[in-house]
Write a protein that binds this ligand. Structure first.
Ligand SMILES: CSC[C@@H](O)[C@@H](O)C(=O)COP(=O)(O)O
Length: 350
């Protein structure tokens, strides 16, 4: 295990009858934990980005479904299953792109399909939600170890958005190697893109890494090319929201730009993601649903209007990086590279 003499924040904590949730909307100004007491609270927290990041969305939704199950007053097992399906569908409508949401909810539904009593179903569903969180912590640590093996002392690495501890159960995906490097006294410098419009890089990645004592420098998104050149960036590493069967990867808007820059500067562009972020049911990235969010995320900064009120806005929250721009996808099972279609098929065949 990592030694804990530096702070690795957690975003989702199960508290027996509610979910304690770090309010990521308010970081870094305010560190507050919300009490999510019912499925509506959970839906709203996911939709409004109080919790965000693919694995953390999945874990929170899993606890949301567990809360709904535990609070259910059904008189028969059949009624219980009908209500559970409604709760599943409701939570699944909170955000469309990160496949971990659907993966976690489907996994809970499957876990209770053979339950003989309502009590058995309730305890099974909670156990499964807790397991999803525990597994994600272990998986992120493994991703961090595999990713760290690609870097050496003194490397300068760029990232976007926040694929850190608070986007997962713990440690993160793209940020996990930086926590591990810190422990092993390997010096890595991180360049964090601010990540307009919602600023996950500026607000969250810097906050997380500074607490752990990781050397992090903030840049605006449009500084990426100049920074890669002038600071001699050695690699780019990002997280993922959904990876198609051919390796095409949806991640935070702006990721595709960085992949193109990596190609142009001849530096590796890595994706770090757990197997729960793969969607082998879709053949390529064109089939990934891309969330479009409220125009005000673009026309305002921190509630202050910066563009004409009625300007037309296009606000996709994600883009898709084609597989040929990706030097490697780092999972808990190691890194896959090259023939992604074959490699991904192998990953899911055993
Ligand atoms: C380990 S988190 C991976 C991704 O979910 C992350 O990079 C990302 O794009 C998050 O987008 P967000 O809109 O903040 O949920």
């Amino acid at each position: 295990m990592l030694n804990e003499n530096f702070v690795i924040p957690r975003s989702v904590i199960w508290k027996e009858d509610y979910v304690s949730l770090l309010n990521q909307q308010k970081i870094p100004q305010v560190t507050e934990y919300l009490e999510l007491r019912n499925i509506e609270d959970v839906w709203e927290a996911i939709q409004s980005l109080k919790v965000r990041g693919a694995p953390a969305i999945g874990i929170t939704a899993a606890y949301g479904l567990a809360l709904a199950a535990l609070q259910d007053q059904s008189k028969s097992l059949q009624e219980f299953h009908q209500n559970l399906q409604k709760s599943h569908d409701y939570l699944a409508s909170s955000r469309p792109t990160a496949v971990n949401l659907f993966w976690a909810l489907d996994r809970l539904m499957k876990s209770v399909s053979n339950a003989q009593t309502i009590d058995e179903a309730k305890s099974t569903i909670l156990k499964e939600a807790i397991l999803i969180e525990k597994e994600d912590e272990q998986v992120c640590q493994l991703i961090g170890e595999h990713a760290l093996s690609l870097f050496k002392d003194g490397d300068r690495i760029m990232t976007i958005c926040n694929a850190g501890s608070i986007a997962t159960a713990k440690y993160g995906t793209a940020l996990a190697p930086f926590y591990l490097a810190k422990e092993k006294n390997i010096n890595l410098s991180v360049y964090a893109c601010e990540t307009r419009p919602v600023l996950q890089g500026a607000r969250l990645t810097t906050w997380e890494l500074m607490q752990a004592g990781v050397d992090v420098t903030l840049i605006t998104d449009n500084m990426a090319a100049h920074t890669i050149k002038s600071k001699d960036i050695t690699a780019i590493i990002v997280g993922a929201d959904r990876i198609a069967a051919n390796g095409d990867t949806a991640n935070k808007i702006g990721t595709f730009n960085l992949a193109l820059l990596a190609k142009s500067f001849n530096i590796p562009f890595y994706v770090a993601a757990p197997l729960s972020t793969f969607d082998p049911s879709i053949t390529d990235g064109d089939q990934i649903p891309i969330e479009e969010r409220n125009p005000e995320e673009v026309t305002q900064i921190n509630g202050i209007q910066v563009a004409p009120k009625d300007v037309k806005v296009f606000n996709p929250a994600f883009d898709v990086t084609p597989n040929e721009l990706i030097a490697g996808i780092i999972t808990e099972k190691g890194m896959i590279t090259g023939e992604y279609k074959e490699e991904i098929k192998k990953l899911f065949s055993n």
